[in-house]
Write a protein that binds this ligand. Structure first.
Ligand code: HEM
Ligand code: HEM
Length: 247
């Protein structure tokens, strides 16, 4: 395991862990206050929640809002994909997309009621994040090509496909929303399960960025200029898509 911040939480024999506890992420004394989520990841999350609510509310009466909030979500997805490689350690895909062994180990202690302290997403949560990003991408891409039954309301790329295909995208758009609703419902159940059953509050760290941990995690944060460059690039891409990919 090369990732330094996994050591005390995931490796049964790690030296960090020996200093704090003898078991893998069990009820450790939470003594250190440490920053675990960077600002861009938190901003991404809460903007996503607001924009999804606007997309949901605005259909079918306010289609301009619907398209604009959807395009803003597209910018967020592009940003998050870049941030998965350039962001803080906890935001990186390679940190939270774990193999079957880590998932099996995590499932083995799922019903353990001791408060759990993961640095970043747990091994199962990491894959649910990937699934949510895939679901959101399907939602947005299908929306870009969708046409409604009268051909009056359409996505900015719908003129690239014929009417039948645009209608097919609209069906995918509807189905993908149902899929997203299931994912979001599961997400909220998981957060509540952690709060009520495992007595671990995951929401406050997603708001403030800080968490109480048994030992100081070795989380590295990217420079703000990298976040700014990624945000400008992502917004420019979404704007270009909104023009129908015309120069
Ligand atoms: C660029 C992004 C998006 C565009 C261009 C877009 C466009 C459209 C269009 C043209 C329709 C009408 C389809 C029809 O009446 O058959 C539609 C419907 C809909 N959109 Fe979007 N949309 C986008 C993003 C989203 C997002 C992020 C959500 C998530 C909340 C969403 C949820 C829905 C729902 C629930 C419907 C109704 C589907 C149905 O009638 O079965 N859209 N969208
Ligand atoms: C539209 C609804 C929501 C969507 C689509 C959504 C999506 C996501 C995504 C994609 C992440 C991963 C963040 C990242 O690494 O970039 C995440 C994490 C998280 N979300 Fe949400 N979220 C939603 C609503 C909420 C709400 C309402 C809450 C609080 C009550 C919440 C609490 C959290 C927490 C605590 C985490 C971090 C989990 C962890 O510690 O591993 N989410 N969410």
């Amino acid at each position: 395991m090369h990732d330094p911040i996994q050591k005390w939480s995931d490796e049964p024999g790690s030296s960090q862990q020996n200093r704090t506890s003898s078991r893998w992420h069990c009820a450790l004394p939470a003594s250190v206050r440490a920053k675990v989520w960077d600002g861009p990841t938190r901003l991404f999350h809460w903007l996503l929640v607001i924009l999804l609510a606007i997309s949901w509310w605005s259909h079918p009466m306010h289609m301009d809002w619907h398209r604009d909030s959807g395009l803003a979500i597209l910018a967020l997805i592009i940003f998050r994909c870049i941030w998965g490689f350039a962001g803080a350690t906890t935001a990186r895909f390679k940190h939270f997309l774990r193999g079957p062994e880590a998932i099996a180990r995590y499932l083995g202690q799922l019903w353990n009621r001791d408060p759990v302290k993961h640095v970043g997403h747990n091994p199962l949560g990491g894959w649910s994040v990937a699934l949510m990003l895939a679901g959101l991408s399907t939602q947005v891409v299908s929306g870009l090509f969708s046409v409604d039954i009268d051909g009056l309301e359409s996505g900015p790329l719908s003129d690239r496909v014929d009417f039948e295909t645009g209608r097919w995208f609209a069906v995918v758009h509807g189905l993908s929303f149902t899929f997203l609703e299931i994912l979001i419902g599961t997400h909220l159940c998981a957060v509540s399960f952690y709060l009520l059953y495992k007595r671990t509050n995951l929401v406050t760290p997603m708001v403030s960025g800080w968490s109480r941990l048994p030992a100081h995690p070795n989380v590295h944060f990217a420079r703000p200029v990298v976040a700014a460059a990624a945000a400008v690039f992502a917004s420019a891409c979404a704007w270009w898509v909104s023009t129908g990919l015309r120069w």
